[in-house]
Design a protein around this ligand. Sequence first.
Ligand code: ADP
Ligand code: 5GP
Length: 203
Amino acid sequence: MAISVPQASLGPLIVLSGPSGVGKSTVVERLLTHSPWPLRRAVTATTRPPRPGEIPGQSYHFWSRDQFEQAIRENRLLEWAYVFDTDYYGTPRDEVEPYRCDGQGVILVIDVQGAARIRQLIPDSLHIFLMPPDIQALEQRLRQRGDLPEDKLQRRLQTARQELAAAPQFDVIVINDSLDHAVQQIQQAIAEHLRVRGTPSSH
Ligand code: ADP
Ligand code: 5GP
């Protein structure tokens, strides 16, 4: 039997989305280091191979297609999407639900399709879109990261143009020009969300 838990007694759910290379991981790392609230980044799952420096279980859960499709069948994913027409990406429920039940905040760094799904499932989640100052800066950041062959980089830029069009669907749009300023704006948005929604400890 499903147990119904009042939404506001759960820890907050924050969604951070934006095109690949805009700086989501960089921003979240900085945010979590300075977070005044108990907040954890959910480790999501993907079928793409690890990039240099990525650590399985920390950067992502790197699953085979069979493992991913089994997780879908067993309803172990809160949301999932097929991204860049090449790979599955998805959020395991056990990366989110136990922590929220414990009153902790969880941040999801996911694409715009996943964000739309989470909006339907969890209407009181806060949705933040991270924008590049312009498309040239995005391309430069993807190149500077230096971990993608040219064809994959072009595919990400093509997807980015569609993703940027989805920005108005988000609660807050933050331009990642100055990193410090972007982190500060996200902190303010979360603080305001917690004030309006109430934190679990205030119930
Ligand atoms: P994402 O997680 O969105 O794919 P990353 O966090 O990996 O993006 O960042 C992509 C690249 O952009 C990295 O090399 C990172 O150091 C750089 N970067 C992130 N934020 C900024 C910023 N505000 N100004 C300049 N470069 C940035
Ligand atoms: P990357 O391959 O650059 O790590 O990620 C590619 C895209 O997939 C990014 O937009 C990233 O936010 C998104 N992504 C990562 N994990 C998930 C997930 O669990 N679900 C969805 N929908 N997108 C994800």
